[in-house]
Each structure stands twice: as structure tokens, then as C-alpha cells.
Ligand binder design. Sequence first.
Ligand SMILES: NC(=O)c1ccc[n+]([C@@H]2O[C@H](COP(=O)([O-])OP(=O)(O)OC[C@H]3O[C@@H](n4cnc5c(N)ncnc54)[C@H](O)[C@@H]3O)[C@@H](O)[C@H]2O)c1
Ligand SMILES: [Zn+2]
Ligand SMILES: [Zn+2]
Length: 374
Amino acid sequence: MKMTAAVLYEQGLQRPYADSRPLRIESVDLDGPGEGEVLVKVEGAGLCHSDLSTIDNSRPRTLPTIPGHEGAGIVAELGAGIRDLKPGDHVVFVFVPSCGECRNCRRGRPNVCTRWPQLRARGELMTGGRRLSRDGTFIAHYSGISCFAEYAVVARSSLVKIDPAVPLVDAAMFGCAVQTGVGAAVNTAGVRPGDVVAVVGLGGVGLSCLLGARVAGAQRIIAVDLSDEKLGLARQLGATETFNAGDPACAKDIHEATGGGVDFAFEMAGSIKALALCLELLTRGGAVVTAGLPPAAATYALNHSSLVGDEKAIRGSYMGSCVPERDVPAFIELYKQGRLPIDRLKSGTLPLADINAGFDRLADVAAVRQIVTF
Ligand SMILES: NC(=O)c1ccc[n+]([C@@H]2O[C@H](COP(=O)([O-])OP(=O)(O)OC[C@H]3O[C@@H](n4cnc5c(N)ncnc54)[C@H](O)[C@@H]3O)[C@@H](O)[C@H]2O)c1
Ligand SMILES: [Zn+2]
Ligand SMILES: [Zn+2]
């Protein structure tokens, strides 16, 4: 079938993107779903910083591609062998599909499926399929999803079925920001009542982490960003204190305020500076959990002796260590009860035609989650 999509041919074009238009709105070809695949009509697609890191060339990708990895939609057609979904079902896209057979998948850690990285790098689906093209030239699937488009063909494990009562524009954010942020707090860190936590970087991912820490019972939630506007939003969402990372006394002030540092510091900015700040914020025995994705070559030098002598930990968190089939419905239920007010992260909706301007706003820290609607 023919459909309209936002195609990226070149990374690293000059800003403003509204003028250089890295994402071209074009008609492309989408093949029907093969065995183990599903055709989904996309209803909402969120703009995440990881898409921006592709556009600005911080993180190289196979090109051309159709970005978009945070979304929700409605099942339109089933490929052979799909028995647990039907047309009309509402689904959230999962940006790490899983094979179900590798050692990690079998041990309950599908977010670190060992088969997926090679397929992802080739721009293929988990099934090995390639369904996107234009004038006979293959277009790479992005994280097995590519939802900056009217439709997507994805592998079954790229989807979780959800309650149709949830607006799909809000449901979209559960695909990336919510799984990543809430999951970092409740799964990777395992925040418990009484914990003192800091969240550094308050985009869709960091604010979701804040909400996750709150629902897990954190006693104090210290929100840190370079933007005072983000700090204000964080206070509305339950931060107990806020500090501006641009203030040279930030780490010292947080140590004073907490009487010695925090139990968990969440790096949610995607920057080495933020990672360094997080390590500075820890109390003895504390842990940094980082979900930020900095430029691919970025490295950090760690003080080995303090790591050991103060028993600190530093842990990456990919897709919030989520088991999507378990966690997405659980997080959706908390949202329905008003305990995870994810709708507050929504800065607005936009048509696909305005997506380049949307990425300008994300780069300018002038929006949290903007959702493309169709
Ligand atoms: N690990 C995962 O599974 C996963 C999933 C999604 C996104 N990510 C990554 O998470 C990061 C956040 O994504 P997002 O969409 O929320 O981004 P965003 O652009 O919406 O928000 C980033 C925030 O960090 C703040 N910031 C930047 N530098 C800072 C610093 N030095 N100190 C304090 N605050 C700082 C910015 O002001 C902004 O508010 C990105 O790196 C993204 O690629 C990771
Ligand atoms: Zn994302
Ligand atoms: Zn696997």
C-alpha cells in the first residue's frame, strides 16, 4: 500500500529544522504483514530525544529511515500465525521487540534480547522482515517501528494490547517515555518507601521517572534541570525540591539539603555532565541509574576507589528494564487511577507536516512530549 511518512535521508542538517527539513513528508510503499507481523494504523506518535539524536547525528543510524519509536494505534490487519490480536484492538508500540528464545528472553529480560541488536542495526523487524520502500529502494525500519507514518508493519513482540478506554494520544507515551522513566525507578532501581532520589534531566523520560519514584513511595524527590520552567513543572508533578544544574553550587546544595546525598540519582538527560553530577550527588551506598543516551562515542572516567570504598553503583537502564506485557498494562492502570498523570507530560499535538518544527522545539527545551496525530 501507499502511505504518507516522514523520511530521514541525511543526519546532521543545520537548524532550524523547519527550514532544512531533515524529515521529508513523502508517499512511501508499505508491504502487508508477513508471518508473525501486524499492520497497525498509527494514531499517536511522540517526539523523543532519541529521534532528535538521530536527526542531529549524535547517534548514527542506517539510512534512509522513517524515525518514530514511541506510539500507539489500532490493529488493521494480521499476518499469518497471529492469534492473540484482532483487527480493532488498541496497541502500544514497544521499541525493543524480543525473540522469546535467547537466554535473556527466557530469563525474563526481553529488553536486553541478544538477537535484537543485529536486526535493529540492519533496519529490519524482529521477524527479519523488510516492509518499507520507496521507488524500489529499501527504507530502514527504526527500532522495528517507524511510527512517523500513517501505518506501521511490526513484529508481534513490538506490540502490547491495551485497554481501549485510554486515549491513544496519551497511550503513545507509554511506548517509550513511560516504560523508560517509570521503569528506571520501579524496575532498574527498585525505589522503595523512604528512599531519597534525585532526577537529573526533566524531559518526558525524566518526568516519568519522577512520577515512578513518587508512586513507589520515595520520601524525597529532588528534581534537577537547566531549565527553570522544567523545574516548575516538576514541582507540580510531585518533586519535593528543585535545583538548577547550571548553578555551580548545585551538588553542594543538594548534599546539604539531604544531609549527605541521595540513595538514587537518575541520569535522564543523555549527557556526561549530568552523569558526573549524578555521581556527585550520591550518599555512601547510593546508585546512579542512567537512561540517557549521549553521543555514541562519549566516555566517562570513574574513580575506582570511591566506587568500592563508598560502595556506589552505576547501572544502565534500557527501556526501564521493562517486561512490556507485564509493565505496560500495569502502568496504564496506575494512569487510569490518576496515580501516574502521564497526560501532564503532553505539550500538545501536531500534524505530521509540522514535525520538523516540533524537533526544533524539543531541541530548544521548549516542549516535553509533543504527539503527532493523523
Ligand atoms: N534508555 C532508554 O531506554 C531511553 C529511552 C528513551 C530516551 N532515552 C534517552 O533519554 C534522554 C532523555 O530523553 P527525553 O526525550 O526525555 O529528552 P528531552 O530533550 O525531552 O529532555 C532532556 C532534559 O534534560 C535537560 N538537560 C540537558 N542537559 C542537562 C544537564 N547537564 N543537567 C541537567 N539537565 C539537563 C534538558 O534541559 C531537558 O529538560 C535522551 O538522552 C534520550 O535519548 C533513553
Ligand atoms: Zn524514546
Ligand atoms: Zn531474545
